[in-house]
Design a protein around this ligand. Structure first.
Ligand SMILES: [Zn+2]
Length: 90
């Protein structure tokens, strides 16, 4: 982990859908900043919710990588049962 990574606001557990949506917005900003790259995900990061406001899937995940040091961070949520996190690793 580099200095850029160590200042990331990680979330050990999502307590609400709103908290997850805030984290997705945060991740989109990280990617837009050019410091992180979206590596993979099971839906487009702009479409975790469809036009009707429903989540794209029961389990949604996205993986990003720091362009400076290569550290990966994953964001995963269970939209059906609740829970999930944004943290270091896959
Ligand atoms: Zn880094």
């Amino acid at each position: 982990m580099c200095e850029r990574c160590s200042e990331l606001q990680l979330v050990s557990c999502f307590h609400s859908p709103q908290e997850y949506m805030q984290t997705i917005e945060y991740i989109k900003k990280l990617i837009a900043s050019g410091d992180f790259t979206l590596v993979s995900g099971n839906c487009p990061i702009d479409e975790v919710k469809n036009a009707n406001g429903q989540f794209a899937d029961d389990i949604i995940y996205h993986l990003i990588r720091c362009n400076k040091c290569g550290q990966e961070f994953s964001c995963c949520v269970n939209t059906y049962r609740g829970g999930g996190s944004f943290g270091k690793g896959r």
